[in-house]
Design a protein around this ligand. Structure first.
Ligand code: ATP
Length: 457
């Protein structure tokens, strides 16, 4: 029979490991041995393990089996599809039963019988394969995604790449203009990943004050500073077993970037006021609308951090670069708001479609969504018309009017329109950096967000 499958053997007795490796290599394609369980989580991230043969007693002198049970639960939590066979020196039926209840496939008592051991492990492998097939269906995300991919030629390769990398633990950097759907894509990746049952924790790096950066991200222990009245769980800890999404990563001040880098590299963090390193088990996704290469070039972003966070770089194109997707997206929003506002609109008039296609959508999908929402509220009849969209006419190549073009005979704008245009302009001038745009407008970031939301930018 051809050798198949990857087997991990964990036992603190090196002699046992050597003899098992020798025996089991005859039957399995790959046999990995570990003499301590502490590196199991990092190994599971690197290797596609099918079966684990797990010793129950690691610390000499303490033969309670509890450490084995702990690692069994960890393995099942991290990779539920892996089959775990328990390996115990004591024919302790109670312990084995507890292990079986906790998800172990079977157990083997030491000293073992070679033939029985091989047979048990092969059966576990067959189960892993069977599970994988069933698991493929069962592991398909059940919850429906609200993300619309579209079918434009620029989106298709992105989608393929996302489907490929979602199943891995690779760090991902998502870039794209405001409102292109970076947050939505991060959530979609989590939904498609084996971590989907774990937490998805999103952090807006622009909203975290410098003084509380460490406490927010890594947590703190009670009494570590004046206001630390209780222990606090940081975002890294909250995201354990799941995905940590650091939005607006470019807004992290330079001197704090090193602290983040250290945790990503070492895969452990230390709470403020504590000395104990805590291992992290997260999948990291970062997003920004800034050009990080340029920021590295200007000395504003650490190159080593960029290198760490962008193992996979996913760029979402602006909506005006994927025109084929505008109408299908608009139709989806129409249906969504039809339901929400109890309307019976069936589609768009020809001039409305034309207006949607010609508009530059600097606020991307967010702007489109808000535009359709307002239009649905304002419309009556069955078709949504161009005038319901309330979009400013755009001349020529979709360019917004410049100062030079605004002649005296240009119709007066309402204050609201002026504010909308000003906000857009500030965002454009600051290359999408909302903190800078807010500073330029003399308002807080939160106020800017509120205005963007109100104007559908
Ligand atoms: N592919 C999509 N399908 C459906 N809705 C989408 C899609 N992409 C974005 N949206 C909607 O557009 C809005 C903006 O999306 P999102 O917040 O993900 O963008 P973003 O790029 O993270 O924005 P920002 O840069 O401002 O943080 C959300 O309301 C989201 O629901």
């Amino acid at each position: 029979m051809a050798k198949q499958g990857t087997l991990l053997v964990v036992d603190d007795n090196r002699n046992i490991l050597t003899s098992l490796q020798y025996l089991l290599e005859e039957y399995f394609q790959q046999v990995i041995t570990l003499n301590s369980p502490v590196t199991i989580p990092s190994l599971l991230q690197r290797e596609a393990i099918d079966v684990v043969l797990l010793d129950m007693n690691f610390s000499s002198g303490i033969n309670s089996g509890n450490e084995g049970l702990y690692w069994l639960r960890e393995i099942k939590r991290l990779r539920p599809q892996i089959q775990v066979v328990l390996f115990t020196a004591y024919a302790d039926i109670n312990l084995a039963v507890t292990g079986l209840k906790d998800g172990a496939t079977d157990f083997i008592v030491k000293p073992w019988d070679n033939a029985k051991l091989v047979q048990t492990l092969q059966e576990a492998y067959a189960k892993a394969r069977g599970n994988e097939k069933k698991g493929k269906q069962a592991s398909q995300p059940t919850e429906k995604s609200s993300m619309y991919w579209g079918n434009s030629s620029v989106i298709r390769p992105l989608r393929l790449l996302v489907e490929k990398v979602s199943t891995t633990d690779a760090n991902i950097l998502i870039t794209g203009e405001n409102g292109t759907g970076k947050d939505m894509l991060a959530r979609e990746i989590h939904r498609l990943s084996p971590r989907r049952n774990g937490p998805m924790v999103a952090v807006d790096m622009g909203a975290i004050t410098e003084s509380l950066f460490e406490s927010e991200l890594f947590g703190h222990v009670k009494g570590s500073f004046t206001d630390a009245h209780t222990d606090r769980v940081g975002r890294f800890e909250a995201a354990d077993g799941g995905t940590l999404f650091l939005d607006e990563i470019a807004n992290l001040p330079y001197h704090l970037q090193a602290k983040l880098l250290t945790v990503i590299q070492k895969r452990y963090f230390i709470k403020v006021g504590s000395n104990t390193p805590q291992p992290t088990n997260i999948r990291l996704i970062c997003a920004t609308n800034r050009n990080l290469d340029e920021m590295v070039h200007n000395g504003e972003f650490r190159e080593d951090l960029l290198y760490r966070i962008n193992t996979i770089h996913l760029h979402i194109p602006a909506l005006r670069e994927r025109k084929e997707d505008i109408l299908p997206l608009a139709q989806r929003f129409l249906e969504q708001y039809n339901q929400q506002y109890l309307r019976t609109l069936t589609g768009f008039s020809a001039d409305a479609e034309q207006r949607l296609l010609n508009y530059p959508w600097y606020g991307n999908i967010r702007e489109l969504q808000h535009t359709i929402e307002k239009a649905v509220i304002l419309s009556d009849g069955n078709l949504l018309k161009a005038e319901n969209l309330q979009l400013a006419e755009v001349s020529g190549q979709d360019a917004p009017a410049t100062h030079e073009e605004s002649k005296e005979d240009t119709p007066l704008q309402t204050l609201d329109e002026m504010e909308k245009n000003l906000v857009k302009k500030a965002i454009e001038q600051c290359d999408g950096n909302l903190s800078q745009a807010a500073a330029q407008l003399g308002i807080t970031r939160q106020t800017l967000y509120n205005k963007m939301k109100r104007h559908g930018i």
